[in-house]
Design a protein around this ligand. Structure first.
Ligand code: GLN
Length: 487
């Protein structure tokens, strides 16, 4: 394996800028690595060798400069890329080539970052294991018989397997952080509205948040800075300066947390987590105390209702968003033989094009939104959402950030949670409250349990993304990064 694939984005960028290595060489090394290992990992649904090399050559010709110019990246397949197949891992979008780029993709291109390809995921970002991809699961580089998390398992696995130094994910209920946790990589969900949703195939519009995935906290921050910032094409985009996450990550590296108050959520410390996960979390917390941080227990009494509220709000929004896949406008069309009504064609298309989890959510969401049940389900869930937001607000009056394990269990074997949807939903027990509130959160590797990675989650107030990066970088300086076994 080429050494270039083992390097951080920050180091690659330095080498490229100093012309010690060309961007084409860096892109080639990663494309070769993909060719060598991706039949086993299956992180990618589509590889764009030609496009990546062309973008790299433009950097080498001096046409684009900047902090990450020439550093290649993988993009989750729920993000539109002009002319490059975008399927959201669904049969219903098989072969669809978007006519436009998502704003975040435009920003990657402007920054001179070659796009290696599109990564695998749970269909329409619904799931926690990538087992719901219509194109087969992604395998965790730590143990190919285990899940890489989800929905962004492909992005996390691509980084962990050294196929890409950086990747884009999207986080609606934990799909950046939980895959980060179980693959031993870093993943950040920015403040909702801090990164543009324009060009994101919508799942749950009030929750969807694109964000960065990387192997180090500094790399995560560098990518965050490239994609974040106001976008007039997204009506929920925040029109404010982006917090200086790169500087925060660099300050955090010094490992000084004196005066920083970490809130441990009382409701998350029960027996919800595997013992090995709790142990790694506690050890890391002690490491942060050694760096000067103070630990305060805080109560967030409504967090226990986050999962049920999420599983009404997200399906409700998805049932509306996914109505556009009707066999007329995009992708698949079934049964259009000239003898069937429009309604029959739509129904046959949706029956053939959507997988089981997507159908389950559409049915739940349609039910929850139906007149007569709206107030009882969707309306109640929205009230719970407000209470959870208030829990966060009052907690942040006492502490700077909240901390918890990212997910209650390490990477599980394939097939062990698909028979009971609730068991799968539990993967996001600790990540979902943040999505309902809208604040930023990051998962950082914090050790191993039974030989598999454990993630440490840091949650901050809205638009205080820099604060979480500072604590995350300090944690990384204390516990180090994780290296998976050779593939
Ligand atoms: N696992 C959660 C779900 O299935 C979160 C998904 C996500 O963040 N996209 O809805």
């Amino acid at each position: 394996m080429s050494d270039l694939t083992r390097m951080s984005a920050a180091d690659l960028s330095k080498l490229i800028t100093a012309k010690q290595v060309s961007a084409v060489e860096v892109a080639t090394a990663h494309l070769d690595r993909i060719a060598a290992v991706d039949d086993r990992v299956h992180a990618f649904l589509h590889v764009d060798r030609e496009g990546a090399l062309e973008a790299a050559a433009a950097v080498d010709r001096g046409e684009i400069t900047g902090p990450l110019a020439g550093v290649p990246i993988a993009v989750k397949d729920v993000v539109t890329t002009k002319g490059i197949p975008t399927t959201a891992a669904s049969k219903i979008l098989e072969g669809w080539k978007p006519p436009y780029d998502a704003t975040i993709v435009e920003r990657l291109k402007k920054a001179g970052m070659p796009i290696l390809g599109k990564t695998n995921m749970d269909e329409f970002a619904m799931g926690s294991s990538t087992e719901y991809s219509a194109y087969g699961p992604t395998n965790n580089p730590w143990d190919l018989g285990r899940i890489p998390g989800g929905s962004g398992g492909g992005s996390a696995a691509a980084i962990a397997a050294y196929e890409a130094p950086l990747a884009i994910g999207t986080d609606t209920g934990g799909s950046i952080r939980q895959p980060g946790a179980v693959t031993g990589t870093v993943g950040a969900k920015p403040t909702y509205g801090g990164t543009s949703r324009y060009g994101l195939i919508a799942f749950s519009s009030s929750l969807d948040t694109p964000g960065p995935c990387a192997r180090t906290v500094e790399d995560t921050a560098l990518l965050h800075a490239v994609i974040a910032g106001h976008d007039p094409r997204d009506s929920t985009s925040i029109n404010q300066a982006v917090p200086d996450v790169v500087r925060a990550a660099q300050i955090g590296k010094n490992g000084d947390l004196s005066g920083v108050k970490l809130g441990v959520v009382k409701e998350f410390t029960g027996d919800g987590s595997e013992p090995g996960v709790s142990a790694a979390f506690k050890e890391s917390l002690e490491a942060l105390v050694k760096l000067g941080a103070e630990v305060v227990e805080v109560s967030c009494p409504h967090f226990q209702y986050a999962l049920p509220a999420y599983y009404l709000i997200a399906p409700s929004e998805c049932s509306s968003n996914l109505a556009r896949f009707d066999g007329v406008r995009y992708g698949l069309r079934e049964g259009d033989d000239g003898n069937r009504s429009l309604e029959e064609v739509m129904s046959l298309t949706r029956e053939a094009g959507f997988g089981p989890e997507v159908k389950r959510r559409i049915i739940i969401g349609t039910y929850a939104l139906s007149s007569g049940y709206y107030d009882a389900y969707y309306g109640q869930a929205q009230k719970v959402r407000t209470l959870i937001t208030r829990d966060f607000q009052s907690a942040f009056e006492k502490v700077d950030v909240l901390v918890s394990p990212t997910t209650p269990f390490v990477a599980f074997p394939f097939g062990s949670r698909t028979s009971d949807p609730y068991q799968m939903y539990l993967a996001d027990l600790f990540t979902i409250p943040t999505n309902l509130y809208g604040g930023p959160a990051i998962s950082v590797p914090c050790g191993l349990s039974e030989g598999l990675p454990v993630g440490f989650q840091i949650m901050a107030p809205t638009m205080a993304d820099d604060r979480m990066y500072r604590v995350a970088a300090a944690l990384e300086s204390a516990v180090g990064t994780l290296t998976p076994p050779a593939l």
